[in-house]
Design a protein around this ligand. Structure first.
Ligand SMILES: [Zn+2]
Length: 422
């Protein structure tokens, strides 16, 4: 996973750009990927697909030709979607177009003006004192052309059409944890899920943030009813505890499964309501008229910045470890494992079950908690609750209850009904 991040992080992956398409091609060499294209100007509900933005050269120089900033040094030096400019400007004018981060003076901030039509540079705050002259030569050789916005989709067909969306964005140039850590985890998940031949169908989407999800959803509205739940993945390699951000609904089945898995796998995690920790494509999926319950998993802190290097040139592969990426992937897999294995048990017996006859008696010396709850489990097999929901209500581990109820299935005492998404 770390290799993907190192290979792609300095690429100019702006919303609609040659670099974004190259990154998708790279991913397409690792997993089966369909590239969906939406042409510039396409109406996507209230949005429009933007033009492709390219930048060839950019710098700020003194009038005698000494360069004080050069795009060649770092992709973040020019704001994404900057207008072209090629003229001499006054110091006053120039400074209104320079963005810095005083709280992180030796880092270059990440700025974008996708829809505002302006020009600008990003600079280490500590370099501002170098701008002592009254005039500067400024060049941004950028252009806007009609093209196609690309979304990468990896479809893993399950036994049912009921679909889970797994989403990461890929449009942050020159940065690693935000957003390539989510992308790397998603690529690895695609490989794992393909081997498992899952029950549910999965659509793994690599999008430019917000507009990519809106383009995909608006141009594939027939898919929306099939999406039962979704997980947005981002900021998963840095050294902070896991953060679960709930769906808009807050207490859906997926919310509760994720919460239970985190409680056992990541004791130090934080939890917050919808949009209280991070803001990403869950706004499109879980937004008005779409309403696919989508949680977000990250290692973000609520509020700006989500981690010290967030949205700056300090967000490099150096702040990411493979170990943390693996833990992040395994957390998602653990959530999906519960969902994949869960079912609604429907009783086929009458009266209390003669447990010993079927080998279902559990000695308290072997498993005290299970022994204590045998009757409580037996009373909840009416086809109204799933195995997970029974475990949740009784404060038990899903796998313990499931292993036990699987023996009821083997003995013909219950039948499995499909999961009801709620
Ligand atoms: Zn971001």
């Amino acid at each position: 996973m770390k290799q993907l991040i190192e290979d792609l992080y300095l690429k100019r992956r702006d919303l609609v750009s040659a670099g974004f398409d190259e990154a998708l091609e790279y991913i397409g060499r690792q997993i089966p990927l369909k590239i969906l294209r939406y042409s510039s100007g396409t109406e996507c509900w209230t949005w429009k697909v933007p033009e492709r933005w390219s930048v060839r050269e950019a710098y700020i120089a003194t009038t005698s030709g000494q360069k004080l900033l050069d795009l060649k040094d770092h992709p973040l030096h020019v704001i994404s979607y900057s207008l072209p400019i090629n003229r001499v400007v006054s110091r006053e004018e120039l400074l209104t177009h320079i963005h810095t981060r005083p709280d992180r003076p030796n880092a270059i901030p990440y700025e974008f003006k996708y829809y505002e039509r302006d020009w600008g540079f990003c600079l280490q705050h500590e370099k501002l004192p170098q701008f002592t002259e009254s005039e500067y030569r400024v060049l941004i050789d950028s252009s806007f052309e009609p093209s196609n916005l690309s979304v990468g989709e990896c479809l893993i067909k399950g036994k049912t059409e009921e679909t889970i969306a797994l989403v990461a964005h890929l449009c942050h140039p020159g940065q690693a944890n935000d957003d390539l850590s989510g992308v790397a985890v998603l690529v690895d998940l695609a490989k794992e899920l393909a081997v498992k031949k899952p029950h549910f169908t999965y659509r793994l989407l690599f999008v430019p943030e917000t507009i990519g999800s809106i383009a995909y959803l608006s141009q594939n509205e027939k898919l929306v009813p099939g999406f039962k739940a979704g997980i947005f993945l981002e900021m998963l390699g840095n050294n902070q505890p896991f953060a679960l951000q709930h769906t808009l609904q807050g207490k859906t089945y997926l919310d509760r499964v994720a919460q239970a898995v985190l409680a056992t796998q990541a004791p130090n995690h934080i939890i917050g309501p919808f949009r209280s920790i991070v803001g990403n494509d869950e706004m499109a999926f879980n937004g008005p008229g779409v309403d696919v319950p989508m949680i977000s998993l990250s290692r973000a802190k609520p509020g700006f910045p989500h981690y010290p290097e967030y949205h700056t040139s300090d967000d490099t592969p150096a702040i990411i470890t493979e170990e943390r990426l693996v833990a992040s992937r395994d957390l998602v897999l653990a959530v999906l494992r519960v969902i994949e294995e869960d079912y609604v048990p429907q009783r086929l017996f009458k009266g209390p079950v003669f447990l010993s006859r079927y080998g279902l008696w559990v000695d308290w010396r072997n498993n005290k908690k299970l022994n204590q709850f045998l009757e409580q489990i037996m009373l909840r097999l009416e086809g109204r609750q799933s195995v997970f929901e029974i475990a949740e209500e009784l404060g038990m581990e899903f796998s313990v209850v499931k292993d036990y109820l699987d023996k009821f299935v083997e003995n013909g005492l219950i039948r499995k009904l499909p999961l009801v998404w709620r």
